[in-house]
Every structure is written in C-alpha cells, then in structure tokens.
Design a protein around this ligand. Structure first.
Ligand code: SF4
Length: 236
C-alpha cells in the first residue's frame, strides 16, 4: 500500500471532512482532483473543498448532453464558492464524429454513450492525479449502501468523504451555508445527469430512480470497475 494511503488510514480519520482536509492539504496537495456533476447535492462537497483548498482542480464532465440549467449552475457555483480551477472535461470530438454524429447514441446504447462522453474523458483527465474525490453517499441508492470512505480504483485513491451523510445533513448544510439550489431541484429532480437520461422522481422513489429510468443501467460507468468499452471506440 502506498505510504500516502497508509497516512490516510492510520490513524483512522475522524470523519469524512477530516479525511477530505487531510487529503487536500497533507496527503495529496497538487496531486488530487474533485469530480463533480454540479447536481442537486454537489454544492456541499464543493463548498467544503472551496473552504479547505479553493484552487483544487474540479473536473466537470461536459458531455454535451446536459440540461442548460446545469451548465448555468456550474458557472454560478464556481463563482459563488470561489473555486478557481473548474475544468470542463469534454469527449474526443473525433470519437463523437465517428460513433455518435447525431448525438443519439444514448437512445440506442447508453453504455456506449457513457463510455465515450464520460468514462474515457474522465480517465484521461485523471491521468495526472494520484487521488480523486467524489460526492456519492450511501443513502442515495441501494447500490451505494456499503460505500466506503476510501477506496482504490484503477490505481488511484478515491475518496467518498460524504459517504455517511444522509439527506437531512445535506439539507442542513445547504441551509447553514445558504447554498443556492440547482434550478431543477424545485421541479422534482433529485439526481441530475444528462438531460436525455434524467427524469424527475416521485415521492418515495430512490433519489437516483430518475436516472436511466426503465433501464437496468444504474451508473454511468465512472464508478464501476474498469472495463473495455463496448463496442470498441474509434481511434482518434
Ligand atoms: S448519461 Fe445518457 S446522454 Fe449522458 S453520457 Fe450517459 S448515456 Fe450519454
């Protein structure tokens, strides 16, 4: 185990915020990025990062399929929180021209679409970093119920500092910090990804029930074990 990982796990961190602070300022300064969807709950993690180390690179997967409200919120939050290095990570235009020229691949093969618009661009963007942070939480879905605070993924340390937070704590943090809500939150969108693959949820549904609704797909692929995209991506 790398020494930087040992330093994170021994002695055990007090909580997710202590873990985040240690990772940003002691274990991985200059070698860590945050990945954010700028969705309905993203402001909390981003506010914590801005408070601890506002120059931390924040990677936003600009798939070309987002709601305009999300793109506006991305600008609003970055300015409001003082995040100085938010990066739009875009798909390879040559790959899209070859494999998804009409922007409709999501309809026929969402896994292939996510591979081209999210998974491959993120893997390239994370290449210079040794660690990354994301905002997943256990309460969001049954598939995330055992999410650890810290894991290894594709040779990089991956931190889930808000894993143990519940909806009430997220709401309290929004209120305490007077964070702006995602413009679609008031219309029933509790988990927001690309527009073609996201719907509002009804009371009682999982927060992520509106993602790829009606399909067996539950994750875009950036949080799944590495695998070769299928069908193979066109060379760029
Ligand atoms: S969420 Fe939908 S539109 Fe976005 S990359 Fe995945 S399949 Fe494509």
């Amino acid at each position: 185990m790398p020494s930087s990982v040992r330093s994170l796990s021994h002695p055990p961190p007090l909580d997710g915020i202590a873990l985040l602070r240690h990772a940003l300022t002691v274990a991985f300064p200059g070698r860590i990025a945050v990945v954010s969807s700028f969705g309905t709950e993203s402001a909390v993690l981003l506010a914590l990062v801005a408070e601890i180390a506002p120059a931390t690179p924040v990677l936003f997967l600009e798939t070309g399929q987002h709601f305009p409200e999300t793109l506006a919120y991305r600008q609003q939050l970055a300015a409001r929180l003082g995040l100085s290095d938010v990066r739009d990570i875009t798909p390879d235009p040559a790959v899209l021209a070859q494999d998804d020229p009409a922007g409709q691949l999501w309809h026929f093969d969402p896994d292939a679409c996510c591979a081209r618009r999210k998974v491959a661009p993120l893997a390239a963007a994370l290449a210079p970093f040794d660690a990354w942070v994301n905002g997943r939480k256990r309460f969001q879905a049954a598939t995330r119920a055992s999410l650890p605070l810290l894991e290894m993924a594709s040779g990089k340390v991956k931190l889930n500092p808000l894993a143990a937070w519940d909806a009430a704590r997220i709401a309290a943090e929004f209120a305490a910090r007077a964070l702006p809500a995602h413009p679609l939150a008031a219309r029933g969108y509790r988990s927001i990804g690309c527009a073609p693959c996201t719907r509002a949820t009804a009371p009682g549904e999982d927060a992520r029930a509106g993602r790829w609704s009606g399909q067996i797909k539950t994750e875009c692929g950036i949080h799944l074990p590495s695998r070769a995209p299928w069908p193979p991506m066109s060379p760029s």
